[in-house]
Ligand binder design. Structure first.
Ligand SMILES: [Mg+2]
Length: 409
């Protein structure tokens, strides 16, 4: 019998949205390309050529145009990005018995080679396989733990493949990287570490474990174990059940018009209901969260007497939440609608007074069937009429949060 050695791999596509656009349009290769989100208002991904021109992710389009006037700017298309993401995921599932769908372009996986085999060769073969079959450039890192594997793939970008398993090479890598390169360490947490002269990943790995725990709580201690080569974060082959579901985002164009805000509430609610139906859960609590141009944030929350996934009941609950979250005469920039206290539909108790209304249940069913057959949002509430231009633009028809099964955004 062949004996295997195992390690943890991390695969991350290089400037994924841009690479995905290049898969279907070779004209975009080797040119500065930016992908626009938020109704075309800002750059959510850029090619290395555009990065070299000084364009950062998240900058508004008008700033990007000053820095990179020759750039090619395209609208995001998450439906297409998901097609390629799933193609990569399928290939990874052939290569590895355990794959975690971490985000649309990032997977963790169990890397195994016959005893004495080369993890470096495995990393290279996976990178080349994805390139050959999907035409998306990726970087693969292999190490003793997830945290190390991710640090390694970040260091090896772009189109890199690197396995680091011997201690000496690991130490050198950690010494070269600031702690802020570790996912989950930024801002306040980094400052807390700086007080103790912990600046590099190696400083953190060498620090006293109890000190790390006192500074960064249990999640920091997990990172400490991982940096020292002890796997403390398993590979999740299945996404754990959602504790909360939410829909929302930026309006693109700010608004202080209550009719438009209400339209956004209804749009987000219809999208949230799709999610509730997909996961077969009912919402027990709703939160409406609105942020404003002047930095203010408004929040409204309510518990439902009867958990529900029905439009009329949830809208009745959500309206007073929006009223609480509303700041009159101030321009609002984004909204989130969050459902919590989720109960599986099959387990929902039926009270004496909350039997499903057959007419409204039928209406919900017809709406679902029409949209499934003729296109998402074809049948929708008339309250969304002020957002006609949003619905007209196909780029808004599918969002990153509509890609299901990811562990992380
Ligand atoms: Mg990536």
């Amino acid at each position: 019998m062949i004996e295997y050695e195992t390690a943890v791999g991390h695969l991350d596509a290089d400037c994924f949205y841009v690479s995905a656009e290049r898969v279907r349009d070779a004209f975009l290769r080797d040119k500065p390309v930016g992908v626009l989100g938020n109704q075309g208002a800002c750059v959510i991904a850029k090619s290395y050529e555009m990065k070299a021109a000084g364009v950062a992710t998240g900058v508004p389009i008008w700033e990007a145009l000053v820095k990179c006037p020759d750039g090619i700017y395209v609208k995001r298309d998450f439906r297409w990005y998901e097609v390629l993401s799933r193609a990569m995921l399928e290939l990874m599932r052939v290569v590895s018995p355990q794959v975690e769908y971490y985000s649309i372009d990032e997977f963790f996986f169990q890397a195994s080679v016959p005893r004495g085999g080369s993890f470096q060769k495995l990393a290279e073969s996976i990178r080349d396989l994805i390139w050959e079959r999907v035409k998306v450039p990726v970087t693969v890192g292999i190490a003793r733990t997830r945290t190390l594997a991710k640090l390694i793939s970040d260091a090896a970008k772009p189109f890199g493949a690197l396995a680091v398993l011997d201690r000496e090479a690991e130490t050198k890598l950690l010494a070269d990287r600031p702690v802020t390169e570790i996912t989950g360490i930024a801002g306040r947490r980094a400052k807390r570490l700086a007080v103790w002269n912990i600046a590099t990943c190696l400083d953190l790995a060498r620090a006293d474990r109890r000190l790390v725990r006192s500074l960064l709580t249990a999640s920091g201690e997990t990172l400490w174990w991982e940096l020292n080569g002890d796997p403390a974060q398993p590979i999740h082959t299945q996404r754990p059940a959602h504790k909360a579901l939410s829909r929302g985002g930026s309006f693109g164009e700010t608004t202080d018009d209550p009719t438009v805000l209400h339209a956004w509430l209804v749009r987000n609610l219809e999208r949230l209901i799709e999610e509730l139906e997909y996961h077969a859960v009912l919402a027990g609590r709703l939160t409406v969260w609105v942020s404003y141009k002047n930095g203010q944030v408004g929040v409204g929350q309510t518990s439902l007497t009867v958990p529900s996934d029905r439009f009329d009941m949830l809208l009745d609950a959500a309206r007073p939440c929006l009223r609480n979250a509303w700041v009159p005469r101030v321009a609002a920039t984004r909204m989130h609608l969050i459902a919590e206290h989720l109960t599986p539909r099959a387990e929902a108790p039926l009270g004496l007074f909350d039997r499903p209304d057959p007419r409204l249940e039928t209406l919900a069913r017809v709406k679902r069937a029409v949209n499934a057959r003729h296109g998402r949002f074809v049948l929708r509430s008339a309250a969304t009429l002020p957002l006609a231009s949003i619905y007209k633009d196909v780029a808004n028809g599918y969002d990153i949060c509509d890609v299901r099964g990811k562990i992380c955004f």
